[in-house]
Every structure is written in structure tokens, then in C-alpha cells.
Design a protein around this ligand. Sequence first.
Ligand code: F6P
Length: 545
Amino acid sequence: MNITEPGDPTRTRSWARLGQLAVPMRARELREIFAEEPARGPAWTLDAAGLHVDFSKQRVTREVMDALLELASEQGVLERRDAMFAGAHINATEDRAVLHTALRLPLGASLEVDGIDIAAEVHDVLGRMANFSDRVRQGEWTGATGERILNVINIGIGGSDLGPAMAYEALRYYSDRQMTFKFVSNVDPTDITEALLGLDPAQTLFIVASKTFGTQETLTNAKAARQWIVDALGEGAVGKHFVAVSTNAERVAGFGIDTDNMFGFWDWVGGRYSMESAIGLSTMIAIGPQRFRELLDGFHAVDQHFRYADPAVNVPLRMGLIAVWNRDFLDIPTNAVLPYAQFLSRLPAYLQQLTMESNGKSVRCDGARVDYNTGAIYWGEPGTNGQHSFYQLLHQGTEVVACDFMLFAQALEPVYDMQDMLAANALAQAAVLAFGRTAEEVRADGTPEDLVPHKVMPGNRPSTFILAARLEPHALGALIALYEHSVFVQGAVWGIDSFDQWGVELGKAMANSILPDLQDADRPLDRDSSTDALIRAYQALHAQA
Ligand code: F6P
């Protein structure tokens, strides 16, 4: 399928129109916008797959939204969306299809790409994963000594870690509580060492997760884990204590893991879009195949919505377009992710990779350098903890931060009325950010005059509020798919390739070239004076150990 690469968005009529609309909007307050549109709350709330998404506190008007939809149309966003779902090679710089949506197709669906029914392949792997997960969960797959596996350690990094780690935390309530799940990613030796502390090798299974099976951190940690097993149980135990998840069978075999114990996926699944592929094996072992299917169904429900819902009510489309508006027209550089759910503590880290590795680009698909802003910086912490840390800046700092609130109405583990307290805090924060507090209102409280300016809350800080019934696998899948497609929309508008990641390669190559220099103080150095001096300082300190 041939698809036209989107060109320079700034040359479209709608971009110019948005530029005009932004001028008065920068001076307009959310207070005024709400006063002019009394039913704005419900009017700007859309529903998708059980997610109730309130965009009313974003600084957008109907005119802005119409112009943003026009921008999507001029940039061919929906054609590109359809091309993605159909398997076109929209990841142009790597000449790859982008088909994470195929990972969550229901059983019985088919999707033929290049003459292969990839939906059947997906379900084949899901079936093998389910079989393996059940065997581990039921104690049929044992360690080499016949003991039940009670500890599962996922070794991976980036997309091969953040998704599984986030999903395990998010769905921990549904997990087998007799089992322990850990996630080792960093090449810092403390990561693996601390993870292994106190564990019994006879009860420990390692999942080595790496799309390429060539990632330094993962292979080094896997080597250390292998040695730990061999030291305790002997070489013959490796087969019972290691499985792999990868697209590269040859390298898996080369590492010494039986490819019968390998769960594959495909080059059309990007690392940061892979948590529902075999990369999610640890998630499936934790929550079981049935709940894993519910997770996939949540993703799929939002996929269907994104694909078929009218643009006027299309939630990921609106979310992505508002992100473009905030970034390029309101000059908002960062976006805070504020889940009011402790189980979503790893969501900000997960979304950092999804958003920033996808849209942190400054060259368009057509090779031209952009002269507009692309991906925002994503960061965050669960509420209410963040309130007692960085919210001061969100409320009164000189930089405006766009915020995404997430809240569930039902507690998974109810205690007193704590869920209501959590909800009250989330709602309060979003309202205060939007509407602030004027000097008159502060004075009306009897505040001494010298404190009035300190207590004024500027407000007019935009946020989106995502509400759902309960943190269940389906809701998590829906939430992640919402962000995936929002990221897609942003990238399509900006005309960039959201699915490559060339920017991370040079650092990896340079680390490989620095390593031998670090390890041999006699080697002459010829880099920049800072790096060379730091190498010598490191060597001197290291030698004192
Ligand atoms: O360094 C970036 C990256 O390539 C990510 O895109 C990816 O998720 C991660 O490294 C891990 O890669 P792999 O799964 O191949 O080990």
C-alpha cells in the first residue's frame, strides 16, 4: 500500500488559522470560557471503551477544535491511521509495518499482511503463552529440582521492561499473591543483585525479554542470572529456569536458551508498543490468561473506537490534537501524568517511553528539519503524593504544565472512605488548576494584604480528566491504547516517524567504545577534554576500591 507522507503542517491553511486563534486564546481564562458555555463539562466529555474523558478544562473552543480537525484532515491523519491498521509500512525509516493493533485482535479475526494471516500467528503465540502460564501457575512447570516456581524475574529494558513492570504493578490486585514478580533492567549491578537477594534459585524463573536479543543491559543481566542458577543448580538447570521472548531465535539459541522455550513476536511490533505481545508473558503469568485476554480486549475496544468513531467524538483523535495545540500554539512544553491510583505508579515512566521515544523527533518523514515543536516532555507521579511534592509549581510556577488526571470510582481494596478522599483530591486539583483564585477572593477570606499576592492562584492551567469505574485489566488496556493512538495522531500531524528511535543509537555505540578505554588506564584517550578527564577521574576512584 502506498501512503503519502504528511508534509510540513505549518504550510496548511488550518495551521495558519490555529495561529490566529491562539493569539486571543493566550489571554483568555478558563473561567471566562466556562462562563460562556454553562454546560461545558458534559459537552466536552467523550466516552470510549469505559473511559470517561473530560477535555473541558483544556483551553480549547469549538473554533479551535474545528481547526484542529481540519489540520488532521489536511495532514491525512485518518488515511495514515487506516494505513497503519492495514499493515502499510508507515515506519518508513525502518521500512516496517506498525501493527501492534493486530496483537489484540479477538480470536477468529484474520488480518492478512504480505500473504500471511498475522492474526492467526498472534493467537498461536498467545495460546503457547497461555499454556506455559497455566503450567507455571499450577506448579506443573517446575524448576530443575521439581520445586514450584514462585519467583518470576523479567530481564529486559525499555519496551521490554517498562510495559511488563507497569502492568504488573497496575494489575497486582489480580495477581497470584503467592508468587513474586521482579523486573531487572539496569546494567547497574545493584539492580540484579538486589532482585536476587533472598530468592531461592530452585523456585526462580527468568524471562529474558528482548526484541533484538542484542541489548547490552539485558544480555549482561541475563548472563549474571544464568551464572546464579548454574552456581546453585548446575548447568543442566538452565532449560527449566530460563525462557526467552524475542524476535531473534538465532540469538536466543546462541545465548543457550532452548528455542522451544522462546515466545516470539514480530518486527512490526515496536518495543514501546509490545506489552501485550509475548513481552507481556510475566503479566500473563501474574494474572492468568483469562485476565490477560481482558487486557487485550480493552486495547481492542479503543482500537475499534479510534478506527471507526466519527472524528467529532473520537477520543484519541481529540486527545492527540489537543496535545498538538498545547505544544505548538499555547507553547506548553511538558505534560504531567497524574494517576490517582497507587497501582499506576509506573505509568508515568511507561508513558515517558511511549510518548518521548515516539515523538521526540526533529526531522520529518520527508527528511526536512521541523521548525515547529514536536513531542512534549512527559513526567509524573501518582496523586496524592505529587501534591506534596511538585504541585506547587503546577499551581504557581512560571511554566504552565498540561496535566492528565486519572481516577477510578471504585476502590479495589476499600478502607474507610479513602477512595472518596482520593477522588476529592483529584477533582479539587483539576478545578484549582483550571480556575485558580483571584486576589478579590483571597481578600474576601480576610487574608492580610501582604500575603494576598502569595495566595493568588493564577489558574488557567489546562488538564484532561480520565475517569473509569475500576482499575481492571480491560480499563488498563483501554487507557494504554488511548495514549498509543494519541501519540500516533500527534506524530501524524507533525509529519514525523513515531515508530523509529534513531536518537538512542549513538549513545549506545559510544558507550561500547568507551568501555575498553575505561578498563585500561594505559590506553591513550582522544575524545573531548571533558569525557577524557572524567575517564581518568573514574579510573583513579575505581582503583581505590
Ligand atoms: O534503546 C531503545 C530501545 O531500542 C527501545 O526502543 C527498546 O524498547 C529497548 O531499546 C529494548 O530493546 P530490546 O527489546 O531489543 O532489548
